[in-house]
Design a protein around this ligand. Structure first.
Ligand SMILES: Nc1nc2c(ncn2[C@@H]2O[C@H](COP(=O)(O)OP(=O)(O)OP(=O)(O)O)[C@@H](O)[C@H]2O)c(=O)[nH]1
Ligand SMILES: [Mg+2]
Length: 182
């Protein structure tokens, strides 16, 4: 794991935090944001072991992106010192694998914990990505639009009133597309 002390010019950086269950696609999203095109970066990424971060230049800005591995063993560790992810942060992105309907309950439960930990700092821009919403997504009797709409309803119920956030459908297989759900 890299040391945080290595982040130079942290004050001038745009800090973003990616959080969500394991296998939801956080590291893949990060690779996309960095413009990495190697297919292996998307096909078989290893699970992220705890906190990882990457720092890079893009669009004339310096980005520091935290990628919080979502395996159960690491999940609660982040809440011991969540301030670390709030201070100086521009945006927190919560990623849900929309195709993994069997884990919607778990994803909502973890979302609740993130929201509670963010209550101190309501100013931070918060986004939820309904990820793996691929252009060729296959709906069947389990993964129906009805199931996704029910998930969206649950998310909206989970977020307290007056808590600002935005909800998006995302996919690493879309040609940069991010559609907002109202
Ligand atoms: N279909 C589809 N698969 C995706 C997408 N994004 C990521 N994946 C796949 O999802 C799996 C998990 O991706 P990761 O990026 O490793 O997930 P993660 O959230 O970083 O997982 P942890 O590090 O364990 O927390 C990989 O097999 C990716 O290829 C997507 O938009 N669509
Ligand atoms: Mg990862």
């Amino acid at each position: 794991m890299k040391s945080l002390n290595n982040i130079d010019s942290a004050e001038n950086s745009i800090k973003i935090v990616l959080i969500g269950l394991d296998n939801s696609g956080k590291t893949s999203i990060l690779s996309c944001l960095r413009g990495i095109k190697r297919i292996s970066a998307f096909n078989s990424p290893q699970p992220t072991r705890g906190e990882d971060w990457q720092s890079f230049e893009a669009l004339n800005s310096h980005y520091v992106i935290f990628d919080l591995g979502g395996q159960r063993a690491y999940r609660d560790d982040y809440f011991n010192d969540f301030d670390k992810y709030l201070i100086g942060t521009r945006k927190i992105i919560y990623v849900i694998d929309v195709q993994d309907i069997n884990r919607y309950d778990e994803a909502i439960e973890y979302l609740e914990k993130v929201i509670v930990s963010m209550e101190k700092d309501k100013e931070i821009n918060f986004s939820i990505f309904l990820h793996k919403f691929d252009p060729d997504i296959v709906f069947d009797k389990d993964l129906s639009e009805k199931a996704i709409n029910a998930l969206i309803k649950r998310i909206k119920k989970t977020i307290p009133p007056k808590f600002n956030y935005s909800l998006h459908k995302t996919s690493i297989y879309a040609i940069f597309e991010k559609s907002t759900i109202n």
